[in-house]
Design a protein around this ligand. Structure first.
Ligand SMILES: Nc1nc2c(ncn2[C@@H]2O[C@H](COP(=O)(O)OP(=O)(O)OP(=O)(O)O)[C@@H](O)[C@H]2O)c(=O)[nH]1
Ligand SMILES: [Mg+2]
Length: 238
């Protein structure tokens, strides 16, 4: 199945993904994935048990859909057409080796301003202060590219030296040429950012594009993965 889903184009910034890394990613994401808990605030986070990765991004960008695509389970994380669907920090354990955190979105959620402000602050504090967090995957809608509130998030992560990697989502909604343009432009804008991973993933949860390569990168951060002991990406200094 994964062979047919690598996406429409090879990325100009993509290092070749080693077959062993792809295989470990495929294996890891076949392990049992278990919802641990949803935390409404930082007082209710689970006790760290494994390396963590978090999925951050504007409301409606496709964070929950990506968690579902990665795990091959359509309804593990709740998704919706209505921005603001995810209202808690949702923790998922993957085979006891990795914890994935599906975050509430920032941006244009149709919820009261004070609620958005509280979420934003919770997310900020989580991103900069969560000890087991190995990398933040910042999701960007391929149709829109980096917006002001995305740049605020990247600034925060750069300032706090929290390793992050950009994932373009909903690539199926763009023509091939537009996909290449936004992919190249996004990678170029990340080049001077100190905590950014240089490779930008181009994905479609709907079509399965880029999911196998993303699994490989995430799995490298898990217990037993090739990058499990590294804090920062080795090729970060561009
Ligand atoms: N065409 C297409 N639609 C997608 C894709 N990924 C997500 N969507 C749709 O985008 C909408 C939002 O997806 P979610 O996964 O709920 O987004 P989210 O980032 O978790 O949203 P919040 O929890 O509200 O922050 C849903 O209607 C999804 O079906 C994709 O790859 N392609
Ligand atoms: Mg969500």
């Amino acid at each position: 199945m994964s062979m047919s889903s690598d996406g429409p184009t090879a990325s100009p910034t993509a290092p070749p993904v080693a077959p062993a890394a792809l295989e470990f990613g495929r294996w890891l994401f076949q392990q049992e994935c278990r919802f641990l808990l949803g935390a409404v605030d930082l007082d209710h986070l689970p006790t760290p048990a494994a390396p963590e990765v978090a999925f951050a991004g504007r409301s409606n960008v496709g964070k929950s859909s990506l968690v579902n695509a990665l795990t091959g389970r359509k309804t593990l994380a709740r998704t919706s057409n209505t921005p603001g669907r995810t209202r808690e920090l949702n923790f998922f354990d993957l085979g006891g080796r990795l914890v994935m955190v599906d975050l509430p979105g920032y941006g244009y959620a149709k919820v009261p301003k004070n609620v958005v402000a509280a979420w934003t602050e919770t997310i900020r504090l989580f991103l900069v202060g969560r000890v087991p967090l190995r990398r933040v995957f910042v999701l960007i809608d391929a149709r829109h590219g980096l917006k002001d509130n995305d740049l605020e998030t990247l600034d925060l992560l750069d300032r706090s030296a929290v390793s992050y990697q950009v994932v373009l989502t909903k690539a199926d909604k763009l023509a091939a040429s537009a996909r290449d343009t936004v992919h190249g432009a996004t990678a170029a804008r990340l080049r001077k950012r100190p905590a950014a991973h240089p490779h930008v993933h181009l994905t479609s949860s709907a079509k399965g594009w880029g999911i196998a390569a993303l699994r490989a990168d995430i799995a490298a951060l898990a217990e037993g993965g090739s990058g499990a002991k590294g804090i920062a990406s080795p090729d970060n200094d561009g």
